[in-house]
Write a protein that binds this ligand. Structure first.
Ligand code: GTR
Length: 413
């Protein structure tokens, strides 16, 4: 961590497009041996594993294999939730197979009128499952949370005041009306979002005594691993169509949805909402948030090897367009917001664009856009993108696009 800098030394963020340094991106379709990849087979056999391994060892850190005996327990079920519109379930996953921590709680809403297994969106949230709904009988999270008065967090724990405080980001009724289910998980169930030397959360199950090695999982990898464990459960739930699971995340949790989708092909569709640096945005642009800033502010998110590239982005063997390419040929959607310059909308757009050759090689429609679209004018091919007006947030406009995109890919409309 030699090249980390103190708060005072940190460079000011650049928001001037003319000051973006010149850079050359690694080509997703040229192997580390310099060979051009020109068949789907070569991509799958040679180049994709190579890129995946680089993201594991240099960016997010390697995760362990799934535990052998997980325990799934349905702790509540209500068949007339949301005024009869939805079936609501709460399911606990005990990673060790025993009824002890760490435990992850799923809050699941499914359309009550469904006659067959339904496609679902799955997403991590920042302050507990009870924050995404106004329904008072959803269990209040008992886990550690980051301080936030507006969210009713007192002494790092949720209070009754915190119910529904993130409901605007999760339009459950709209999702249900469109025929989809929603699976919610509090990210802190998997790994609390602070730098504790990796003693808590699921890290404790595997390496409780020592800090992960420089190429082993940080918190984003742990969160992504947790999403895959939720997927393990979804595959056993007969009310859910496990072949149509869309993983969606905002900001740090959008970085996570991309990494989860990149590693686990069971996620059939992947959505990044305003994920920015270490998510969809190209690191080499150094626009808004940079590797220097993010690794200092959140030293636990990435693996330690990522620190090697602070102020040396050009030495990265990958850039974030290659993270998107790992999702190919599955549909991927990246969303930006006009006022969210910290997340570098242009860099997010360019990642999609520069991942397109892989999508094309695999025989999909790709992306089709050469230039950044105008605000509020979504592009929806195999790859989707929009930049909407407004701030860093998840809005109804965003969800409208995700639902349309999912309809196109899951229902053929
Ligand atoms: C910011 C961080 C961003 C983004 C955001 C969030 O503080 O710099 O990378 O992750 O938090 O998650 O809301």
């Amino acid at each position: 961590i030699c090249s980390q800098t103190s708060q005072a030394q940190r460079p000011k963020p650049n928001y001037d497009e003319s000051k973006v340094p010149e850079f050359k991106l690694p080509d997703p379709l040229v192997t580390s041996e310099g060979e051009k990849v020109d068949s789907a087979e070569e991509w799958q056999k040679v180049r994709r594993p190579e890129i995946l391994e680089l993201f594991e060892s240099e960016v997010y850190g390697k995760s362990p294999a799934p535990p052998k005996d997980m325990l799934f327990e349905v702790t509540s079920q209500k068949n007339d939730a949301l005024n009869g519109k939805a079936i609501r379930k709460e399911v606990s996953i005990y990673f060790s197979g025993k009824k002890e921590e760490p435990r992850m709680d799923l809050l699941i809403y499914l359309p009550a009128k469904a006659t067959k297994p339904v496609p679902v969106f799955i997403g991590l949230n920042f302050y507990g499952n009870h924050t995404i709904t106004e329904e008072k009988d959803v269990k209040l999270s008992d886990k550690w949370m980051r301080a936030n008065k507006d969210k009713g967090i007192v002494d790092h724990h949720a209070t009754e005041k915190s119910r529904g405080t993130s409901a605007s980001r999760w339009p459950i009724e709209k999702i249900i009306d469109r025929g989809y289910g929603l699976v919610a998980i509090y990210c802190g169930d998997i790994d609390p979002d602070y730098d504790d030397g990796f003693k808590n959360g699921v890290h404790a199950l595997f390496n409780s005594k020592q800090k992960p090695a420089p190429d082993e999982w940080g918190t984003i990898s742990a969160w992504a691993w947790g999403l895959s464990r939720a997927m393990d459960y979804l595959e056993t739930d007969k009310q859910i169509d496990a072949n149509k699971v869309a993983v969606m995340g905002h900001s740090r949790l959008g970085k996570t949805s991309l990494w989860a989708g990149a590693q686990d092909p069971r996620f059939a569709l992947v959505i990044s909402n305003d994920s920015g640096c270490g998510g969809a945005a190209l690191s080499r642009r150094r626009f808004g948030e940079t590797l220097n800033v993010i690794n200092n502010a959140f030293p636990h998110w990435f693996c330690d090897n990522f620190n090697k590239y602070i102020d040396k982005e050009e030495e990265l063997p990958v850039d974030q367009h290659m993270l998107i390419s790992l999702i190919a040929p599955r549909p991927v959607y990246v969303a930006s917001a006009e006022d969210d310059r910290w997340a570098d909308p242009n860099g997010e757009f360019l990642s999609v664009k520069y991942a397109e050759p892989v999508y094309k090689l695999l025989g999909t429609s790709g992306f089709g856009a050469k230039e950044m679209p105008k605000v509020n004018q979504p592009i929806q091919q195999q790859m989707g993108y929009h930049i909407r007006t407004g701030k860093h947030n998840v809005t109804d406009f965003d969800w409208q696009q995700y639902l349309d995109f999912a309809d196109q890919h899951f229902k053929g409309s």
